[in-house]
Design a binder for this molecule. Structure first.
Ligand SMILES: Nc1ncnc2c1ncn2[C@@H]1O[C@H](COP(=O)(O)OP(=O)(O)OP(=O)(O)O)[C@@H](O)[C@H]1O
Ligand SMILES: [Mg+2]
Length: 501
């Protein structure tokens, strides 16, 4: 779906590759906006009622005061564009706001919108006392009671801890009311039963979802703030049930949430993390939000030291150094979160995101040895505007990590032969062979990466395990620049430890 010019969203494309997607991000970053826009994608051929369509005008109503223009919602040229994978629809639909909302499907004005049953739930069902009273008055007039099939309880049963027997619906004139019977715990007991007015708020929400969702097949389910009123255990179960249901009933589900439990309950491709760009204030989908950031932004790594490296190899070197120094520190590997990102150019952006949420203090950035002063300064500058100080280390020797490993193995083959299970002479010979092969190599930038890959293959190891071994042994021997790296890393760990106590 593409949204242009709506509620501070400039131009945003979001896709939903996983059957259950979670929209996450700070308040006001556009989660509900995207969810409501999704609700305009289909026409609902509800078999019991007449076909239902939600237009952008309904989900995004404008307040307009004809007498006083100073407090009117702005009507700008908004555009919503949908591409469908469902039923392999070849056409896309567009809504454009001119005077009203104009729809075109497959290029044809007012063309028929694709049909699919959908469900949109936002917060709050019958909450305030005035509503309750008006319902009770209605109910006195005429009601109809319907016992729902047991399938309507199956969703709730896996989530709520009560033992439900029947779910009923009391249909009044224009409002439905839920009613449940619990199962008897002892044969002599009177069956406990109660109406919606006596349900807990989480219980009511789940029972409604359970009833509603049991009816849908191949449908499109949209739920805003799914965790509202739910205990973390229930949140997790709801998400598990939703994923099961999505498979069984061929549903596509999109929810918004602030809860880490909900976010982590779906795999990476189901997580859509939104944020507003710090400089432009435009909403964007954050690419590649790695675990290390998600944990930091959701408060799950507050008492840990997060170490961010440039790539897998650098991460493995750091892990090796930690393998060597942690045992003397009375710390556990679990006290650290170590991760990597796609490269140095992404670091200033990460620093700003972490700074914005006051998370820089628990972070340590580790750059490759060949980072330039300019790159380092750019990263440092991006941290300046935040009160937390940012700590940054560079790996030993001013070379790429792969090159550093290569040099270390070549210069100290004797120290490594034991751990690698290869005679030092053979190790050197194998390295010389690979070097010779590469003398004719064309792309010089790739050479250290490829040579390490070849060497790892010769030794039947992964490049990362070579890197980790070099990190550990060089830290042990405190050789060259590694001595300095090791002591600065220790300093940073101490600094973090004192701060977090
Ligand atoms: N005309 C407008 N121009 C600029 N920004 C706007 C305009 N109208 C609304 N907004 C912004 O859009 C945001 C509404 O976004 P939305 O309701 O999607 O947020 P959300 O991510 O669901 O947040 P929450 O977690 O608080 O529910 C508001 O924060 C508001 O600042
Ligand atoms: Mg919202």
């Amino acid at each position: 779906m593409r949204i242009r010019e709506l509620r501070g969203i400039d131009d945003l494309t979001v896709s939903f590759p996983y059957p259950v997607s979670v929209l996450a991000g700070p308040n006001g970053c556009g989660k509900s906006t995207i969810l409501f826009a999704c609700a305009c994608a289909y026409q609902d051929p509800d078999p019991e009622r007449k076909p239902r369509r939600l237009t952008p005008g309904i989900v995004f109503p404008d307040f307009i005061d004809k007498n006083d223009q100073s407090a009117c919602d702005m009507s700008i040229e908004t555009e919503l564009e949908f591409d469908y994978l469902h039923k392999k629809s070849a056409h896309g639909m567009t809504y454009i706001r001119g005077g009203g909302w104009d729809r075109s499907y497959g290029g044809r004005k007012k063309g028929q919108q694709p049909q699919r049953r959908f469900y949109l739930r936002t917060l709050a069902n019958l909450t305030n006392p005035a509503e309750v009273r008006s319902f009770l008055q209605l109910a006195r007039q005429q009601t109809q009671i319907q016992r729902l099939p047991t399938s309507s309880l199956s969703f709730a049963q896996g989530i709520l801890l009560q033992d439900y027997q029947h779910l009923k619906i009391i249909r009044a004139k224009n409002r439905d009311l839920l009613f449940v019977d619990l199962r008897n715990q002892t044969p002599t007991q009177i069956t406990p039963k109660y109406s919606e007015f006596h349900m807990s708020s989480g219980e009511r929400a789940i029972l409604y979802l359970s009833k509603d969702l049991s009816e849908f097949e191949e449908s499109f389910i949209l739920i805003d703030e799914i965790e509202a009123g739910l205990h973390p255990y229930a949140q997790q179960q709801v998400m598990l049930e939703l994923q099961r249901m999505a498979l069984r009933q061929k549903l596509q589900v999109i929810v918004t949430s602030h809860s880490p439990v909900v976010l982590y309950s779906v795999p990476l491709e189901g997580r859509i993390f939104l944020d507003r760009d710090i400089e432009t204030n435009k909403v964007q989908v954050m690419p590649n939000y790695r675990d290390i950031f998600q944990k930091a932004l959701y408060g799950q790594s507050l008492n840990k030291l997060s170490i961010l490296c440039e790539d897998k190899i650098a991460e493995a070197i750091v892990r090796g150094v930690l393998d060597e120094i942690i045992p003397d520190l009375d710390l556990y590997p679990g006290d650290f979160i170590i991760d990597r990102d796609t490269g140095i150019s992404e670091f200033p952006g990460h620093v700003r995101t972490l700074g914005k949420f006051s998370r820089l203090g628990n972070f340590l950035m580790v750059l490759d040895g060949d980072a330039t002063t300019e790159q380092i300064n750019t990263i440092k500058r991006s941290a300046k505007q935040y009160p937390d100080s940012m700590e940054l280390l560079t790996l030993p020797d001013s070379v790429a990590s792969e090159q550093w490993i290569w040099n270390v193995l070549k210069n100290h083959a004797n120290d490594y032969s034991g751990d690698l299970g290869i005679d030092a002479r053979n190790l050197k010979r194998s390295m010389a062979n690979i070097e010779n092969r590469y003398r004719q190599g064309l792309d010089h930038r790739q050479i250290p990466k490829d040579t390490l890959q070849y060497l790892a293959q010769d030794l039947s190891k992964e490049p990362e395990s070579l890197a980790r071994l070099c990190g550990r042994l060089e830290a042990k021997f405190k050789r060259g620049d590694m001595a300095e790296f090791r002591s600065r890393l220790l300093e940073q760990i101490e600094r973090w430890r004192t701060r977090s106590q």
